[in-house]
Design a protein around this ligand. Structure first.
Ligand code: SAM
Length: 333
């Protein structure tokens, strides 16, 4: 299995404990032109980097950006909720004509690290790192007509105001979103609210023909994605579909199990080993991106389990692994 190699060491710096992570080996599988080590800083508050490449969202984002680069000239790129900024660095390598890179996140502690990471790993491109809720920082600084916006926002709303939760990987503070845009109670129940709001508000900041890239866990029926995009007035395209481990299960599975109780349809999780076995029998290797999202979900159906079942297994054995499909969806303005 390819993994993220390199030195890991801890340096106390100011208030934060910084971990250095070298992700060169991994990215070089896709970008042979990376000519110097790509090392990023991480702190407790930045979304973690997993040791196995395809447990990370940024690997799938990278493939989606490469695919988009074949279809659209992207000169300006924004990542909303960019955490440590690795997805933004991936965009820098994928889009050859890039002139402006913008990364945002809600928390200054995070954006300080992001700024350092992006600036140390890019050149000849204008970098802006902004702090604030969703598109607020773009509005405040007058950024408009962007060619591509990528979002990888958390799925699970929390009523609490506690900052710690706000920084967690899968959780967002609901009031940040509730004041932002009209709601869809239906999508809220399926834990798609954050993506829906990012989609609805994103158009104000896109150039005509620009792309919004939504990174979606395929835990809901696949047609939800196209409906959400088309009903929001965009064109629809899937850039990448694949399969990955459900990370942060302690945080994600109880929330999905709870949400499932009020829904008409169960969520789709998969027994990880069984799903990998099905794809392996079909001659596929990670990240399993050969099939479109709909077919991938059909092929994996025998390994499907509900959220309640996935959480039950986790409670019985915290090492029991479940997975979900990943879909990088392009909404064309
Ligand atoms: C799942 S992490 C993804 C981070 C990054 N894209 C990556 O792959 O490393 C979600 C990020 O969204 C940020 N976030 C949460 N609520 C936000 C909001 N209202 N506005 C902007 N960013 C937010 C979190 O701080 C977190 O860094």
């Amino acid at each position: 299995m390819p993994d993220i190699s390199g030195e890991k060491f801890l340096i106390p710096s100011g208030f934060a404990l910084i971990m250095k992570k070298d992700i060169t080996t991994i990215l070089n599988q896709h970008f042979s032109q990376i000519d110097k080590p790509l090392v990023v800083d991480l702190i407790d508050e930045t979304y973690s980097v997993k040791d196995y490449m395809w447990d990370n969202w940024f690997g799938f984002a990278l493939l989606a950006f490469q695919n988009l680069a074949k279809k659209q000239n992207v000169e300006s790129f924004v990542s909303i909720g960019a955490g440590p900024g690795i997805d933004t660095i991936c965009a820098y390598h994928a889009f050859s004509g890039l002139k402006m890179l913008i990364g945002t996140d809600i928390d200054k502690v995070i954006t300080d690290v992001m700024k350092r990471n992006i600036e140390c790993n890019t050149k000849n491109v204008q970098v802006k790192v902004l702090t604030g809720n969703l598109y607020e920082p773009l509005r405040e600084t007058g950024i408009m007509n962007v060619d591509a916006i990528y979002e990888n926002l958390p799925n699970i709303p929390e009523e609490t105001d506690t900052i710690k939760l706000n920084r967690a990987a899968s959780v967002y503070r609901s009031r940040d979103f509730s004041n932002a845009a009209p709601h869809s109670t239906f999508l809220q129940r399926y834990l798609l609210e954050s993506h829906f709001i990012a989609l609805r508000l994103g158009r104000k900041f896109l150039s005509k023909g620009g792309s919004m890239i939504l990174s979606m866990g395929g835990r809901v029926p696949f047609d939800f994605f196209s409906r959400m995009v088309l009903e929001s007035g965009y064109g629809y395209e899937e850039l990448v579909a694949g399969f990955k481990l459900q990370t942060e299960p302690w945080e994600v599975l109880p929330a999905y199990a709870e949400a499932e109780k009020s829904n008409e349809k169960e969520f789709d999780f998969y027994d990880y080993e069984q799903a990998i076995g099905i794809l392996d029998d079909l001659g596929q290797k990670p990240p399993f991106t050969k099939y479109d999202g709909n077919l991938l979900k059909e092929l994996l159906d025998k390994a499907r389990i509900s959220a309640v079942e996935a959480y039950r297994r986790y409670q019985q054995d915290p090492n029991a692994r479940v997975g979900h499909t990943v879909h990088m969806i392009r909404a064309i303005y």
